[in-house]
Design a protein. Structure first.
Length: 455
């Protein structure tokens, strides 16, 4: 029995050892959430502020989605048969890309918050947050305003006095010469005539002459100065002008390819290969630039320009060497002008009715804007949040963008512009939706876009 018992114990120990070797070792799942979203939460979206609760919820959901997607990629990399240096490089690349997407998402939320006119962090700087302090602040603002009023009046008086003294000073300096000569000449004859003639002549006659000369002198000298600056700005080389315009647009959305060029007819065309040449919402277009008309196209952004005399391109992989001077460029909605869609309000209401992937709020606001009903500001803000979320998802899928999600983004952009009373932008986005939602068989292939005709 003793020998049998020892053999049985050895067999159990051997069996347990073999089973333990088949069980894989414990490994914690990869989690890069702290490296992706750590320190990115903006202070403007504080939990105590009820006005930004909706924006905070959407931002939190999107940041968590970005972190979860990065964790899934890390798990797939860990299961792949890679060497240790290659695995570490791949994991670092995934974390860096996720971090960049999170930063862009936070920047988009902050930009939307500032455009909406909400600045929750600017109020605490005015006082201690108590009601009675507001009256003290108002009194202190009135007192310096009253004290600042008299100094400019005194300065104006002091400026007038020296101007009169300067005009009188040269008059007596030039005249005493001939006066002294006249007095010396008739001294032996008599003193009656020279005294009466010299007193009235210098004071009243010669004073207005220098005053009229001083007033007319500065006018022709100072007027042509700004005209020279305009001539200098108009003499910018074509390549430098295109690089400035390209930098103005690429700074707003650096994740897509851009191209701009001067065509043979003298117009400046701006294109992107995001969706056949469609410009997403939220991007300011420089004045004087033309955009391609709605049409299905294929190819890179540089190929969509066609024949040009001068051209400039941008890709996300290019180094960020932006021109230093882009402050003189003005944005305009004129490049978005397209032929008007017949019965735009009715078409928009039909397109947004029970469309998959769109909230019910979109169709409600589209009908309200068409009928002229009053729209609550909170509903308009929620519509902008939906638009910003879908726009971010579309740009995150670039260059392989989902067609259904792209069309939803166009409908959201058209509805938001219609609610904001921007008829030109609403017509632009819906015209693109109507063209791309049609069957692609009817559209002829195009590699060079035609410039959109004016509405």
């Amino acid at each position: 029995m003793g020998i049998f018992g020892r053999r049985t114990a050895r067999e159990r120990l051997r069996r347990a050892t073999q089973e333990s070797l088949t069980v894989p070792t414990f490994s914690a799942p990869p989690d890069c959430t702290p490296w992706v979203v750590g320190g990115l939460w903006p202070p403007e979206l504080s939990p105590n502020n009820t006005e930004t609760t909706t924006l905070a919820e959407y931002l939190k959901t999107d940041l968590q989605r970005i972190a979860d997607s990065a964790n899934d990629e890390l798990r797939s990399i860990r299961r792949a048969e890679l060497t240790h240096p290659a695995r570490r490089a791949a994991e670092a690349r995934v974390i860096d890309e996720a971090r960049a997407r999170a930063v862009r998402r936070v920047d988009s939320t902050i930009r939307q918050l500032r455009q909406g006119g909400q600045h929750p962090t600017a109020r605490p700087a005015l006082g201690n947050g108590r009601g009675p302090d507001i009256e003290d602040i108002e009194h202190t603002q009135v007192l310096p305003a009253i004290r600042d009023v008299p100094p400019p009046l005194d300065m104006q008086k002091t400026q007038i006095i020296p101007a009169i003294r300067d005009e009188r000073a040269p008059v007596p300096v030039e005249e005493p010469g001939p006066v002294s000569d006249d007095r010396t000449a008739p001294a032996p004859v008599g003193e009656r005539a020279p005294v009466s003639d010299d007193r009235p002549t210098p004071a009243p006659v010669e004073e207005p002459a220098p005053v009229s000369d001083d007033r007319t002198a500065p006018a022709p000298v100072e007027e042509p100065v700004p005209e020279r600056g305009d001539d200098a700005s108009a003499e910018i080389p074509p390549d430098e002008r295109l690089h400035r315009l390209l930098a103005y647009v690429a700074r707003q959305e650096p994740r897509v390819n851009w191209a701009i060029g001067d065509r043979l007819d003298g117009t400046t065309l701006l294109v992107t290969d995001l969706a056949h040449g469609w410009i997403p919402p939220g991007i300011a277009i420089p004045a004087g630039v033309r955009l391609p008309e709605p049409q299905r196209r294929s190819g890179r952004a540089a190929e969509l320009l066609g024949a040009t005399t001068h051209a400039a391109t941008y890709t996300p992989a290019d180094p960020a060497k932006w021109p230093t001077e882009t402050s003189g460029i003005e944005a305009s909605v004129e490049p978005l002008e397209l032929p008007l869609v017949d019965d735009l309000d009715w078409e928009l209401a039909v397109a947004t009715h029970w469309r998959e992937g769109l909230p019910r709020l979109v169709n409600t606001l589209a009908k309200a804007a068409a009928s002229g009903d009053e729209i609550v500001e909170q509903e308009a803000d929620l519509l902008r949040v939906h638009l910003d979320t879908v726009r971010y998802q579309v740009l995150a899928q670039y260059p392989d963008v989902d067609a259904a999600q792209l069309l939803n983004c166009m409908l959201l952009a058209a509805t938001e512009a219609r609610v904001a009373s921007d008829a030109i932008s609403a017509n632009y986005h819906f015209a693109w939706f109507k063209k791309l939602s049609a069957t692609p068989v009817d559209d002829p292939p195009a590699t060079s876009p035609e410039i959109a005709p004016r509405a």
